[in-house]
Design a protein around this ligand. Structure first.
Ligand code: UN1
Length: 499
């Protein structure tokens, strides 16, 4: 362990194309959550002064970058996508080591960034505006998307490369420059992603990286008057502060916050398919997704069989180090998250829910070295229980019984969040009604609540966000604004609404 520690690398911030030490001179440890003895590296503990330099560098680079034709900007993104393809395995390994999720999933995380790079690079030759007739003769009217300036991007640890890519890539294609503040638990994946962009030829200062904690480094970035766009993914509590600050300075602001996503299983569902979906939705990424299925709303006719089959299969899930190809469920990200999950299990018990499976840390053998928690199933949950209302962000799922589609929808919609929802049924009428009436930004039919693709809008209703969307073309509205251009070629004064 000591030998490993001394071999650990020290990483730096990227400001104006240079890797620089944080002005504080202090560093934070990044440890493997599956093996806490393993130090992955030391990463800057940056503060407002580093943020100041990064924003200044981004502002300086903006002048040239906004004037670079979008198809040229796109070429760099295509090249970065290629670099990610070539390094996919090693980036995935790094990510599993710093974050814990299994290799298959970290490969998917890198793939999501590749997909985003290629999708948005294609947009370099589109970024369509409109032309439309004028009400006056010899006059042209058109619209164009224009960039805003510096984008401040604050990203979470659960998708350490995918989510930075959802923000950086559309920001760049639109002509903005960026300052990224990644989660302090997963800085290495951010370094890998930013390195790929630099290697692809993105000019100095266009992408800046400052690492550190939310309060010390994220907050000054969000508050900085020089950032015209803020995009934040994280808790609803912090998102509210970020949104309020951004509103004071009239910034574009995109917030992706919590979820309490439900899978509805109707009596006519394909049982095995629904169980497959519930297992993947609830326990994939150890439940640490904002799209995780943390509620299963099951119609009473299938409830007994469903719970039995789910419990049987969840009990067989292999929990362990995500680098082991046999592992299906990795560790939680850190001690704090582990304690949160433990606390919610106690809350669930106290509320009278029945603990059907799990409910405790796993500490046998090698598992004692990491933050492992057993896949946990509560049944007999009532909709108003806290475990059925609040985001837990761990491998804990609450099963609620329902009478029919109507009551299922009422329960599903009866939470403060609205990110993703799903229904398993063979009845097309029920499926279409659910798709219409579920109050979420994303709905899946006969598939779990996770699995968003980059070319479609991603985001939610209610306390999940502020109405903006990431991914898809919808996200261009976050990273650009409209300019309306009138060209009068009549050679005379023409007055709109009058002549
Ligand atoms: C998140 O949980 O923060 O749809 C993002 C999914 C992934 C993205 C999840 N593609 O689950």
């Amino acid at each position: 362990m000591v030998a490993m520690d001394s071999a650990a690398r020290t990483f730096h911030n990227l400001i104006a194309g240079e890797w620089r030490e944080p002005l504080s001179g202090e560093y934070l440890e990044n440890r493997n959550p599956a093996r806490r003895g393993e130090l992955i590296g030391l990463f800057p503990r940056s503060n407002a002064e580093d943020v100041e330099l990064a924003v200044a560098a981004a502002a300086e680079a903006y002048r040239r970058w906004r004037a670079t034709p979008a198809p040229r900007r796109a070429e760099l993104l295509f090249r970065a996508g290629q670099i990610l393809i070539e390094n996919k395995q090693s980036y995935a390994r790094d990510m599993t080591r710093e974050m814990g999720k299994v290799l298959l999933e970290t490969g998917g995380d890198v793939q999501e960034a590749i997909d985003m790079l290629f999708f948005m690079a294609g947009e370099g030759r589109r970024l369509y505006g409109a032309t439309t007739p004028s009400e006056l003769p010899n006059k042209a009217c058109l619209t164009a998307r224009v960039p805003l300036g510096v984008a401040g991007l604050i990203t979470p640890w659960n998708f350490p490369m995918a989510i930075p890519s959802w923000k950086i890539v559309p920001a760049l294609i639109c002509g903005n420059t960026v300052v990224l503040k990644p989660a302090e638990d997963t800085p290495l994946s951010a370094v890998n992603f930013v390195n790929a962009l630099i290697e692809a030829g993105v000019p100095n200062g266009v992408v800046n990286l400052v690492m550190g904690t939310g309060p010390e480094c994220g907050a000054p970035l969000a508050a900085h008057p020089g950032t015209r766009i803020i995009s934040f993914t994280g808790s609803t509590e912090v998102g509210r502060q970020v949104g309020q600050q951004a509103a004071r300075l009239f910034k574009h602001c995109n917030l992706e916050l919590g979820g309490k996503n439900a899978i509805i299983v109707l009596d006519d569902a394909d049982l095995e398919l629904a169980v497959d979906g519930a297992l993947w939705g609830a326990f994939g990424t150890s439940g640490q997704r904002c799209t995780a299925a943390s509620r299963l709303i099951v119609q009473k006719g299938i409830h007994g069989k469903f719970v039995e089959r789910l419990t049987e299969r969840a009990a067989r899930l292999k929990v362990g180090d995500g680098l082991d190809p046999n592992t299906q469920v990795g560790p939680l990200i850190n001690q704090e998250q582990l304690e949160t999950v433990e606390r919610y299990v106690e809350i669930g018990r106290g509320e009278g829910a029945k603990l059907r499976l799990g409910g405790a840390r796993m500490e046998e053998g090698e598992l004692a070295q990491g933050y492992f928690f057993a896949p946990t199933i509560f049944t007999d949950c009532a909709p108003e229980m806290r475990i059925a209302q609040e985001e837990i962000f761990g491998p804990v799922v609450s099963v609620l019984a329902c009478e029919d589609l109507e009551s299922a929808l009422e329960i599903a919609n009866g939470v403060s969040y609205g990110l993703s929802a799903s229904i398993y049924t063979r009845d097309v009428n029920a499926a279409m009604r659910a798709a219409r009436d579920l109050e979420t930004g994303i709905v899946y039919i006969n598939a779990p609540t996770i699995g968003a693709e980059v070319h479609l809008p991603f985001g939610g209703t209610k306390n999940t966000g502020n109405g903006h969307r990431e991914s898809g073309l919808a996200t261009l509205d976050v990273y650009s604004e409209w300019k309306t251009i009138y060209v009068d070629y009549s050679g005379a004064l023409q007055r709109a609404q009058i002549d």
